[in-house]
Design a protein around this ligand. Structure first.
Ligand code: 5RP
Length: 227
């Protein structure tokens, strides 16, 4: 699996050119991409490339591997954003947010001229929600009210607990994450909008209609899905 992740991360470098501002995603696949991008910058094969990190993880990796970092409010535009995903359906709708960075990821990826997604073949599903719950970032005081509200959607929600900290995961925005399992997601775009309408929801991990290209690492090589 690590080999497949490395292969898509390498392939993604072909999309990066001099003078680009690049959104840097979060997760293990994007970590390889940031490492390889840093190498090209250090070897001066790419010039004047800047990264806009979607998380502390992306920021730290960029600093470690030599990708110059800028903040979202310092750039006029983002040429391309590169990030992983937890599920991809045949229409290029995604579930993201296992790393709890979904809000900043969506802000940056929505703004990018091209959103390039890197996955291995285990992430491909026929229908979103088949394997993974939908992460929802919520204002802490509202977590229980929102979990109850989700019953209207026929979903069961669990407060995500931390593993190296007592209590819940706290996002980089100071919020909690609910992982919601839906009985069936027929219309990802509609559900994405509906979830964001619940008071107290900051953002949710359905990324419908936003990915432009998905690179899929398979045992037969890297395949490309495009709209
Ligand atoms: O959405 C994410 C983080 O919030 C990640 O991009 C997603 O979880 C995929 O991660 P990985 O490449 O480690 O499988």
């Amino acid at each position: 699996m690590e080999e497949l992740k490395r292969a898509v991360a390498k392939e993604a470098l072909k999309f990066i050119e001099d003078d680009m501002v690049v959104g840097l995603g979060t997760g293990s696949t994007t970590a390889y991409f940031i490492e390889y991008l840093g190498k090209l910058i250090m070897e001066e094969e790419l010039e004047d490339v800047y990264g806009v990190p979607t998380s502390y993880q992306a920021r730290l990796l960029a600093l470690e591997y030599g990708v110059p970092v800028v903040n979202l409010d310092e750039v006029d535009a983002i040429d391309i954003a590169v990030d992983g995903a937890d599920e991809v359906d045949p229409y290029l709708n995604l579930i993201k947010g296992r790393g709890a960075a979904l809000t900043m990821e969506k802000i940056i990826e929505y703004r990018a001229g091209t959103f390039l997604v890197l996955v291995d073949e285990s992430k491909l599903v026929e229908r979103l929600g088949q394997k993974m719950p939908v992460p929802i970032e919520v204002i802490p005081a509202a977590w229980r009210a929102i979990a109850e509200e989700l019953e209207v959607f026929n979903a069961t929600a669990e407060l995500r607990m931390a593993s190296k900290k007592d209590g819940p995961v706290v996002t980089e925005n100071g919020n909690f994450i609910l992982d919601a399992r839906f009985h069936r997601i027929d219309d990802p775009l509609d559900l994405e909008i509906e979830l964001n309408n619940i008071p107290g929801v900051v953002e949710n991990g359905i990324f419908a209609d936003i990915a432009d290209i998905v690179l899929v690492g398979t045992r037969e090589g890297v395949k490309r899905m495009e709209r």
